[in-house]
Design a protein around this ligand. Structure first.
Ligand code: AMP
Ligand code: MG
Length: 272
């Protein structure tokens, strides 16, 4: 079996993961520069659509892709460019925002669990339960002993999903502070992007190091055999799209969904 591309970006359970050891501008492993790599994407999208068709037909397992990143890290672009070619009937995308009063009146996994894909589906989380150990930690929304316990809850929750036939893949899109500045500036300068600019993002940017520390610990504490974290170099959008496509494809190939057997006695039937 050829080496899996995904191995390049995985965080192994127990690894002393640090962003400092990973270059957000890296393009290692790509089939070439921007042009040749981007040219591979349609074929990868076709393969993804084919595997998703099998997953849907088989209807006995599901894939959950968790997307996390700093503001302007490329979560929306990844959804659009990697999953844009998949049958919409087989995918669900859930964007998690500041919890509503009703959500806050429940445990932090309540709204998450309700949006986990059922068998046959690919579910994409644009932000996730990880916000409850990231923004909740950085902004001290809950005491430390509360968010710290959440690592345990998250690991148990993801083990439960695994046992229920849900494959969990967690992707941290890793951008540099400089790249974030360029993307936020682009949102300000381009009238068609301005709606995406949230003045609050500048205050979050001031806490860059706090977020990095929160991400590092969360990733170390929750990268497991059954629900691994991948840290994807994401300063270059073309590379990010390719790398995420590879990870998702390799995961689906490993799940190996099969078309179910047809009903008995169909051979020779002619529909008149
Ligand atoms: P966006 O993804 O740009 O639409 O922004 C969503 C906002 O919701 C971000 O500022 C997140 O930090 C915030 N958010 C998401 N989940 C939570 C959570 N569990 N607690 C607090 N804020 C959250
Ligand atoms: Mg935003």
């Amino acid at each position: 079996m050829s080496a899996r591309d995904a191995e390049r970006w995985v965080v192994r359970p127990g690894e002393k993961f640090s962003f400092a050891d990973r270059d957000p501008r890296a393009t290692d492993g790509a089939p070439g520069g921007k042009k040749p790599t981007s040219a591979k994407l349609p074929k990868l999208a076709g393969k993804l659509a084919g595997l998703q068709d099998r997953l849907y037909a088989e209807s006995s397992q599901a894939l959950l892709v968790v997307l996390q990143a700093m503001d302007a890290g490329g979560k929306d672009g990844t959804v659009k460019h990697v999953f844009g070619g998949v049958n919409p009937q087989g995918v669900s995308v859930t964007s998690f925002k500041v919890p509503t009063p009703e959500e806050l009146a429940h445990d932090f996994l309540w709204r998450i669990h309700a949006n986990v894909p059922g068998h046959g589906y690919i579910g994409i989380f644009n932000r996730s339960h990880y916000e409850d150990v990231l923004v909740a930690r950085v902004h001290e929304l809950v005491p430390e002993k509360v968010w710290r316990r959440r690592y345990v809850h998250i690991n148990h929750f993801e083990a439960l999903l695994h046992d229920a036939g849900v494959r969990v893949v967690k992707l941290c899109l890793h951008i540099s502070r400089e790249e974030q500045a360029a993307r936020l500036q682009a949102r300000l300068d381009d009238p068609t992007k301005r709606w995406k600019f949230n003045p609050g993002d500048l205050a979050e940017r001031e806490r860059w190091d706090d977020y990095l520390a929160a991400y590092e610990e969360a990733i170390r504490e929750t990268s497991t055999e059954h629900a691994p974290w991948y840290v994807v170099p994401a300063d270059r959008k073309w590379f990010r799209n390719w790398a995420v496509s590879r990870i998702v494809l390799e995961t689906l190939a490993d799940m190996d969904p099969q078309y179910p057997p047809a009903a008995e006695g169909l051979d020779g039937i002619t529909v008149t």
